[in-house]
Design a protein around this ligand. Sequence first.
Ligand code: SF4
Length: 297
Amino acid sequence: MRTACWIGSKRGLTDAREPLRRYFEARIALGEPPVILPGLRRSEALEALAGGGGGVTGTRPEEEAPIAAEPGAPEAPTPSTPELARLAREGTAERIRELDFDELREVALACRRCALHEDRQHVVFGEGASDARLVCVGEAPGAVEDETGRPFVGRAGQLLDLMLMSVGLRRDEVYICNVLKCRPPGNRNPQPEEIAACSPLLLQQIDLIDPKVIIAFGTFAAQTLLGTRESIGRLRGRTHLYGRFPLVVTYHPAASLRNPGWKRPTWEDLQIARRVIDGDSGLRSGAAGRELSLDLP
Ligand code: SF4
């Protein structure tokens, strides 16, 4: 049975979870080390804080267990119709842009439309709510993603989960995917022909989800989606437009693990996205072109 947690104040007893949530949000924003709650798994620690709070972890050994692939996921499923099988081999952008979500997933999971299919273990199609208000887009699967078939797993994925929580979003409320669905060998940079082949899958994914905002994580995702060579430092901190969707650019969680000083600007960028979700588009009316600006207050 769960019990409430209360603290005293001049005005009487107060539910302690909200101030605790704000405290842990501030910790993660400032790049503080994690708080260790002995004897709890991370999920139990987060549940104890009612879903709030970054920078919290437990010490139970299960926490360190490797992430397993989704059970039963076939490595190369056969599409359910000859037409979908044909699209997985040679589908044009125009035809892929006509698919519904289930058809799109079938085509992607069997896709051989660029050379990256030769070395992959799994296609990483994406996961999350099909009606998500936020779509997170990274660059391409890494080794763990290729192994598991899931996007943003491992330590970078855990940091992403905590950062989403710090702006009041759970991982299962958003949609997470990459520009490329298959891992480039050795994590090399994606090639233009691979981006061209895979982009229709991402475009259709985003169109069907119809989010309120997109976040591009990392330089490559940002530059690919915005069609620019500008640095992430110049692109972040404001709202752009990707087609009809507001788009916010920020650092990739893996980069923030290497450079903790980027956690705070990432948190600020996530707050921009949160404001767009809450109804502030952040876009100046009357501005033209693909990129519109928002100056932070
Ligand atoms: S990277 Fe994209 S286009 Fe290339 S094989 Fe994988 S799913 Fe198909």
